[in-house]
Design a protein around this ligand. Sequence first.
Ligand SMILES: O=CC(=O)O
Length: 314
Amino acid sequence: MAAMDELPLVLVHALPPFEISFKGRLQSRFQLIDSLDSTFAPHVSVLLCVGPSPVSSDTLRHLPSLQCIVGSSAGVDHIDLAECRRRGITVTNAGPSFCEDGADFAIGLLIDVLRRISAADRYVRAGLWPMKGDYPLGSKLGGKRVGIVGLGNIGSEIAKRLVAFGCRIAYNSRNKKSSVSFPYYANICNLAANSDILIICCALTKETHHLINKDVMTALGKEGVIINVGRGALINEKELVQCLEQGQIRGAGLDVFENEPDVPKELFELENVVLSPHKAIATPESFASLQELIVGNLEAFFSNKPLLSPVNLE
Ligand SMILES: O=CC(=O)O
C-alpha cells in the first residue's frame, strides 16, 4: 500500500459529515484534507464537495491549483459555476446516481396529487368515510400532456416513465435536444399553455430563478398541476401559494422550497398539495451508487481519464 503522503491529495468540503465507512474507503486511496486553512490547500487539485456546502469565489481563491470539483448532489447551484468556467475548473455532479430515484419520486408526487392519495389517507384516518361517504374522484394520469422543464438526467428518466403511462411529453430546456423527438418549447409560457402538468427538474441558475411565476401558472390554467423536484427558487413561491389558494391551478406536489426547511404555512391548509422534505433522490440505493460515482470520478481525474459525470458549464 502507498504511504499516506504518496496518495493523491483531495480536499473535502463537507457540510454534513459523510459516512465513516465511506471516509475509510476514500482514505485508503486518497490523502484527505479537511480544511481550507491546511498548508496543503494551495497544492490541491481536487475538491470533494459533500452535500450543498457552498463553494464561493472566495473559497476558490484559497485553491489556486484547483482543477476539478467532485460534487455529491444533482444540483450544483451551491457552486460558483461562473468562476469555475472562468478558471477552467471542471465540475461533476450526482446526476447519474440520483436520476432514477428522483424521477420515481416525481411520478409518485404527481399520481398522489392527481388521485389525491395523501388527502384520501387523511380522510380515512380522520374517520370521515362512514360519516361523509365516498371520496371525490381523482384524475387519470394516462393521456395527460406533461411539460418537463429541464430534460437532463432526472427529466429524461421522468419522460421515460411518463411515456409508459401513456402521457404526451413536451419540454423546455436551455437548448433543443437532437436526441429526442418530443416537442420543444423555448418559451415556458407556451409550454405551460400546451400542458396539463408541469414537472420542474431543471438547474437553478440566475436565468431560471423564479422561472415559474404567475404568468406561467395562468398559462397552465385552472386544471393544471405543478410538480417540483428541482429547487424551491425555480418557482416564485408567494405566487404559487396565491395561485393554489385561489384555485388558479389545481394542485402541486413539492419536494423543494425556497427557504428550506421552512415551508409556507399556508400550504399546510391546502388539500390539493402534497409536501415532502427534499428527499426525492434519497434512497440507500442512490447513496450507494453515489459512493461508486465519487470514487470513479476521483480515480478518473487522477488517471487522466474522462470524468464519469461532468456538468456542462456552457
Ligand atoms: O436535491 C438534491 C440534489 O441536488 O442532489
